[in-house]
Ligand binder design. Structure first.
Ligand SMILES: Cc1cc2nc3c(=O)[nH]c(=O)nc-3n(C[C@H](O)[C@H](O)[C@H](O)COP(=O)(O)OP(=O)(O)OC[C@H]3O[C@@H](n4cnc5c(N)ncnc54)[C@H](O)[C@@H]3O)c2cc1C
Length: 459
């Protein structure tokens, strides 16, 4: 088989494995390319999103507009209101307000810091995918490489042959990643996220609940509270879990209150009362893995979303990264197709744009780990409240994060496009410039909300 991108006699056969935010976005974006035969598979019998709320920042919103899915979420997000508090950071023990951001300080591009139930994001994207395209109950178990292309084998005994491009959108425990990078291993982070959505009336009797998203920090754990859309109240926590069985807990397993409550005994009375409210929780054992040097393999495999970056839920923006990946893949394949370039070229371009992005994210995580070690090593030890403040300040000074939530992949691609056009027109080789280095440091008052989000990984 020739390279299908430059072989106009047959359509490009693409298999997308996984129909989470990444797979759905890729179904929309790659479906917009001409002469493509698209297959989309998910292991689930019914597509549903478990969990609680999901943050929709400027970068997510920009792409939701591009995918045409923003209109499907319009009813749910809170409208921008300059006088309303967007997000707060609090000391988890004393309740002291450490910082806050008003909606007027956030991006004018979309909702201020919208957070909706996760299934609504999933549904908003799904509505834009052609009816009948997604094949459910299709669990990929093996990929075989043949000269004619890749063969995907499913648990139900069926197979898809002669695949030109496999898009691994199959999440953190990606089978596609395992095929492409068999040596890559995930490990339990030692942290479990407990999350739940309850009716707001269940916490209405509790005094001093902030009317906005709020992170409550202690040196080792944090609690996130947020009155969500449609009368729901979200509680999301991280806990250190020393129980050796914790890492075996599967994703989204029900947890009893007694498994959760004790982690937050030392917290401020408001939080203790909030944590006592739910009758049951969902627990998520957090797994992560080292950064992949490249997110493409064998000239026929590309990883997107959580499959590409097992970041263990850090940054609270994984869905956005998946949407960015799907956009970039469409852009590079589309360019290759119209400029008579091979598929391998398109994947190289994809990798050159996305891998450095993930490298920057891993760099921030490493910085946080260092800061965490540093503040715990201070002698004499800092009081808990002091430790929380110092860590937030050092995190903010050490690694800028605001850019993550404003990142404009459409602009990044536009810039690359201009460079490629220059390259095409030039008889001499022209070097393509890489993205800027990771920005380092920012003033604490500028990054209250972003530092708060990043504490997701430090607590
Ligand atoms: C605690 C926590 C909080 C988070 N909060 C946020 C947030 O606020 N904002 C945000 O943007 N992101 C958040 N994220 C990250 C976000 O949930 C993920 O990054 C996002 O869901 C990734 O999308 P995905 O499509 O790559 O993978 P997934 O959503 O994991 O989807 C993968 C899909 O692949 C399917 N699949 C898996 N294996 C197979 C197989 N072998 N064969 C066929 N199908 C398969 C699955 O059924 C699933 O539908 C959070 C993550 C965690 C852990």
């Amino acid at each position: 088989m020739g390279d299908s991108l430059t072989d106009s006699t047959r359509p490009l056969r693409i298999a997308i494995v996984g129909a989470g935010p990444g797979g759905l976005a890729a179904s929309i974006s790659l479906g917009r390319l001409p002469n493509v035969e698209l297959h989309v598979f998910d292991q689930a019998r019914v597509l549903r999103e478990i969990g609680a709320g999901i943050g929709i920042n400027e970068n997510t919103w920009r792409l939701l507009k591009w995918y045409g899915a923003d209109k499907n979420l319009d009813a749910y997000y809170k409208k921008r209101d300059d006088s309303v508090i967007d997000i707060q950071m609090r000391d988890g023990i004393t309740g002291e307000l450490l910082g806050q951001r008003l909606q007027k300080d956030s991006s004018p591009i979309g909702p201020p810091y919208a957070r909706v139930e996760r299934y609504k994001l999933q549904n908003a994207l799904k509505k834009e995918v052609p009816e009948g395209l997604i094949q459910l109950s299709k669990r990929l178990v093996e990929i075989e490489e043949k000269p004619s292309g890749l063969t995907l084998k499913f648990e139900d005994g069926t197979a898809l042959e002669d695949v030109d491009l496999v898009v691994g959108a199959d999440g953190i425990r990606s089978v596609v990643r395992q095929f492409a990078f068999p040596d890559h291993k995930l490990s339990f982070s030692g942290k479990v996220a407990y999350r739940v959505l309850i009716p707001q009336e269940d916490v209405a009797h509790i005094p001093d609940i902030p009317p906005c998203a709020a992170f409550w920090h202690t040196p080792t754990t944090h609690v996130y509270t947020n009155p969500l859309d449609e009368g729901k109240f979200e509680i999301a926590t991280r806990a250190l879990e020393t129980d050796e069985n914790a890492g075996k807990v599967s994703w989204g397993q029900e947890a009893k209150p007694e498994q959760v409550v004790h982690h937050y005994d030392g917290y401020h009375p408001t939080i203790r009362a909030i944590i006592a409210a739910p009758k049951s929780w969902l627990s998520f054992a957090l797994f992560g893995g080292p950064r992949l040097e490249t997110v493409t393999a064998k000239g026929r495999v590309v990883l997107i979303g959580d499959a590409a970056h097992p970041l263990s839920g850090a940054f609270g923006a994984g869905a956005a990264f998946a949407l960015e990946d799907a956009y970039t893949l469409m852009a590079t394949l589309g360019y290759a197709r119209t400029h008579n370039k091979p598929q391998s070229w398109a994947l190289e371009q994809f990798d050159e744009i996305r891998s450095p992005h993930y490298e920057k994210l891993y760099h921030i995580l490493n910085t946080y780990e260092e800061v965490n070690k540093e503040v715990f090593a201070i002698d004499p030890p800092l009081a808990p409240s002091e430790l929380v403040k110092v860590r937030l300040q050092k995190n903010a000074a050490g690694a800028s994060t605001a850019w993550i939530y404003k990142y404009d992949i459409t602009k990044v691609w536009q810039e690359r496009l201009e460079q490629l056009e220059v390259l095409e027109a030039s008889p001499e080789p022209v070097a393509i410039t890489k993205e800027d280095e990771t920005p380092t440091g920012q003033a604490l008052d500028q990054v209250v909300a972003d530092a708060a989000r990043l504490s997701l990984v430090s607590a």
